[in-house]
Design a protein around this ligand. Structure first.
Ligand code: HT7
Ligand code: ZN
Length: 895
């Protein structure tokens, strides 16, 4: 395998200023004529040799300034020696979209042609220097059969369209902005759209369109509303305006990722566009809003300012995830009736994001694919669209906002665009803009140490120790940090960690925080800047003669670290009840739950701790709190996060202990759970028609959690679930009831009914497959080995390995999200994994590589399982003609 290194970056030898494409679409042989205006890059010292990328292309001809030339075409490269300083190159090539199962480049989905060019798909459409620092102006002529592909879409503005002989038609699109090739897109399909015009804050009008298959127009409204909200939010929060006359979203049912931010022509997985109350759950509605926002926000962070090279991917992805997270939070707050509900809603969103980070990114950063948010090397860039680049990348942007303050961060963003609009830049350029815009803040704006977050991998462990002098009211908190060494970075350096802190007095209220030597008014929350391996902070003027104040550390999860606290069980319960920071109230509960789970896994009874936990949960359920918060506060840590907190993982044991605790909670809270279930049902019915707003989604979420607990124990839980399933008027409630029944192994009839009702709704069928692949039991609760049930799903007539959503819904969901059965003692889960990695690899290497990653943490399992997992990994590694994608993943896992 070839390794590409960040430090080997060279400027492009040739730049392309203009691209004119003529694409005659045909499923069997699409002909692409490309006319490129090329000039030598004055900054390059490379030899006078034009090298273009080209993959899976049939070369037809090439001319240079009108004269035929004969390039060397080998190893996915088109090479032409001795080219002049400035010239026009025309190439004609062909490709076969119907045979393209990779879904990269030009491919077919059931109703037409679509493209996916990030990261390196453009080279599968035409010969080109397919790298993000080559930015050009594009004009594209598309032609296709009119009856089959009546809609022809491209980037930018529609200049012209018309009829052609032979039942074909054409359209010419012109994109006024310079763009890298990865933002190129086209669509030729049988689609319909919802459209609306909008006036931007400076008075420009723009046409917004959401294009879907005929029959799906009843599911576009939420995406359109989300797009409009995104446009408004970016104007208000960052002063960034929509710069196009037309902005299109197109839904496609075969897609490797969530969506793609192509300039003016966003292409989306149907899963993140289509939503109405009958087919989408509250979570789906929230996901549509967040992904529509994410892609729209890329229009500035990614498109107007793009990445110099793919090592800088987090420049656009971390920043854009941060922006979409902030957008969702602000949307929740805007819908809240008062400030308290707004704050709680924002905390719930933060909690969700942190849960994702802990479940996906922390394990990644401790395993064979660990890398800094700005990786130093890769074999296959598609493997680096990771939780680290995206989610940890977002945390690193968030910390800059925490350090510089909201206004300082905004100043930095303004400076970033002032400096770099229209350019392809680096992560370092971003940080430099943040620093420059805030230079007046002095040392606060010195991010030199902070930059280590970009270059160092691994999750730091932050430890806190306390020393209380009750006579003088002085509390010293000593913070220390440690990041475990990794193979590529045996020595890890201290990072700049912003630790947001509060101190709770005996009555639970926040105390003033005055550091030794300070005078004047003291805030009740502040940021401690840990910059060394160990640092002490002494707070003075605290109530003398009282018990030690309880520290609330890392409020709002102010840094992506593991907090190793020394809090006692009573202190955790105190924080859970009183902390003014809702995130830390939740976190205290999670730590309590974890300590019970750990004790049980060690074989201890943990009776007292369990009773304290159940009582604390009871108080939370009975308190007058935002239901969305109560739902997250009553949810036990998920299995992946529990596994990360252990040295040796016995996945079925974790599931068993978690189940037992769930049953104990359900038994202890049974009456309250039932009462709350009923009361929430009445409140929701009184509120009328289903709406996916945060308040009603929160009520449904808590009600369905109550139901879930009730179905864990003997009693009327199953009956309630059956009634709810039958009476449901929306997908959230119907699917929650089905889920509760499926996990209880009592869902045979409802699963059959669900299939019949939604046979023609692909996204709902994906849910049906996912639920069965991730369930705790087989549908009828029998003792059939679970893997046989999964094999049955894989043979189901509605299963299709070529469709990524469907493939993910069974095989990836089983391997990644059903640890208790995937890690079955007999190794059957691992055998299934190997078989499907290999099968998928010959169809779609990107999806195969995603699946391959479910073995990343194999070395942490019990020795017997490790042996079986290694065998399965070896079986895949032994296949000679493996894709670079899968080769890199299994190579690193075994290495
Ligand atoms: N920027 C987009 C990345 C993406 C992608 C990457 C590789 C292969 C297929 C892909 N589809 C979309 C998505 C985003 O982060 O917005
Ligand atoms: Zn993105």
């Amino acid at each position: 395998p070839v390794t590409i290194r960040r430090l080997d970056y060279q400027v492009p030898a040739y730049l392309v200023d203009t691209v004119e494409l003529d694409i005659a679409l045909d499923s069997e042989r699409t002909i692409v004529e490309a006319k490129l205006g090329i000039r030598r890059n004055p900054a390059s010292t490379a030899p006078r040799m034009l090298v273009l990328d080209g993959e899976a292309l049939e070369f037809i001809l090439a001319t240079l300034d009108g004269q035929p030339v004969t390039p060397v075409i080998a190893d996915n490269r088109f090479t032409l020696a001795d080219v002049p300083d400035s010239f026009t190159l025309v190439t004609v090539s062909a490709n076969k979209p119907s045979a393209n199962t990779t879904l990269s480049g030009l491919f077919m989905s059931k109703n037409g042609f679509f493209t996916q060019c990030e990261a390196e798909g453009f080279r599968r459409i035409t010969y080109f220097p397919d790298r993000p620092d080559v930015m050009a102006r594009y004009r594209v002529r598309l032609s296709a059969d009119k009856a089959r592909y009546p809609v022809l879409l491209g980037n930018g503005n529609l200049l012209e369209q018309g009829e052609l002989p032979g039942g074909r038609h054409y359209a010419v699109w012109d994109d006024p902005f310079l763009k890298p090739s990865y933002l190129f897109a086209l669509v030729a399909a049988d689609l319909v759209c919802e459209e609306q015009t909008i006036t931007t804050n400076t008075g420009r009008t723009a046409l917004l369109q959401v294009w879907v298959e005929n029959g799906d127009l009843d599911k576009t409204h939420h995406a359109m509303e989300s797009l409009i909200n995104s446009i408004r939010w970016d104007e208000q929060r960052f002063g960034l305006e929509l710069d196009l006359d037309r902005f299109m979203i197109v839904a496609v049912s075969d897609f490797n990722m969530g969506a793609m931010e192509n300039k003016g022509l966003n292409i989306f997985n149907t899963k993140f566009v289509l939503a109405n109350p009958q087919v989408a759950t509250d979570i789906d509605f929230a996901n549509v809003e967040s992904v529509v926002g994410h892609e729209y926000f890329h229009n500035w962070t990614g498109n107007r300012v793009t990445c110099r090279d793919w090592f800088q991917l987090s420049l656009k992805e971390g920043l854009t995830v941060f922006r979409d997270q902030e957008f969702s939070m602000d949307m929740i707050a805007a819908a809240a009736p008062n400030a308290a509900v707004a704050a709680s809603g924002k905390a719930v969103k933060r909690i969700d994001d942190v849960r994702t980070l802990r479940a996906a990114q922390f394990p990644e950063d401790a395993g064979p694919m660990s890398h800094p948010i700005r990786p130093d090397e890769y074999q296959e860039i598609n493997n680096f669209y990771t939780a680290t680049v995206y989610e940890k990348g977002s945390e690193i942007i968030r910390m800059q906002q925490t350090i510089l303050g909201r206004d300082g961060f905004r100043r930095g963003m303004d400076e970033y665009f002032r400096r770099h609009d229209g350019q392809a830049v680096t992560c370092d350029d971003f940080v430099a803009a943040m620093e420059a815009a805030n230079a007046h803040l002095g040392e606060t704006a010195d991010l030199s140490l902070f930059r280590r977050w970009y270059s160092q991998s691994g999750t730091p462990v932050l430890s806190a120790e306390r020393e209380w002098d009750g006579n003088t009211g002085r509390l010293t908190i000593t913070l220390s940090q440690h990041t475990a060494p990794s193979v590529s970075q045996p020595v890890k350096l201290p990072l700049h960690i912003p630790v947001v802190i509060g101190l709770l007095g005996a009555d639970g209220a926040d105390l003033p925080l005055r550091l030794d030597g300070e005078s004047g008014p003291a805030p009740t929350e502040r940021v401690l800047h840990l910059k060394e391996a160990k640092q002490s902070f002494t707070f003075t003027g605290l109530p003398a003669g009282e018990a030690m104040p309880v520290p609330s550390l890392l409020r709002g999860f102010s840094a992506p670290v593991v907090l190793d606290h020394d809090l006692r069980v009573e202190e955790l319960a105190f924080l859970m009840a009183h902390d003014s920071d809702a995130f830390n109230r939740w976190e205290a509960g999670q730590q309590l739950m974890l300590s019970v789970i750990h004790a049980r896994l060690r074989g201890e009874d943990a009776g007292l701790q369990t009773s304290a936990l159940v009582e604390a949960m009871h108080r939370t359920l009975e308190a007058d709190l935002d239901p969305a918060f109560v739902e997250v506060a009553l949810t036990l840590p998920d299995e992946a996060y529990i596994a990360e907190t252990l040295d040796v993982v016995d996945a079925p044991a974790i599931a068993r202990v978690r189940d037992e605790l769930k049953r104990q909670v359900a038994t202890g809270l049974e009456d309250s759970l039932r009462a709350r279930y009923t009361a929430l049902g009445v409140a929701l019915a009184a509120a009328g028609e289903y709406r996916p707003d945060p308040a009603s989604a929160g009520r449904r979420g808590l009600r369905n959690l109550c139901l879930r607990y009730l179905t864990e124990i003997e009693g009327d839980g199953l009956q309630l679930a059956r009634e709810q399933y039958a009476a449901a008027t929306n997908m959230t409630d119907r699917f929650a009831a089905l889920t509760a029944l499926a996990h209880a192994g009592a869902a045979t009839a409802e699963l059959a009914d669900f299939f019949q009702r939604y046979e023609n709704e692909a996204l709902v069928l994906d849910k049906w497959f996912t639920l069965q692949s991730t369930a705790a039991r087989v549908p009828d609760g029998s003792s059939q080995p679970f893997v046989l049930h999964v094999l049955g799903l894989l043979k189901h007539a509605a299963f299709n390995l070529r469709n990524p959503n469907r493939a993910r819904s069974v095989i990836l969901q089983f391997c990644m999200n059903n640890p208790r059965h995937f890690h079955a003692d007999d190794g059957s889960g691992y055998q299934l994994w190997a078989e499907y990695v290999l099968r998928l690899d010959s169809l779609n290497p990107q999806i195969a590589a995603r699946l391959a990653r479910s073995m990343d943490r194999w070395r942490r399992h019990t020795p017997e399982r490790q042996a079986r997992m290694r065998e399965a990994l070896q079986r895949v590694a032994d296949k000679p003609e493996l894709s670079p994608d899968v080769r890199e993943i299994v190579g690193k896992a075994l290495g």
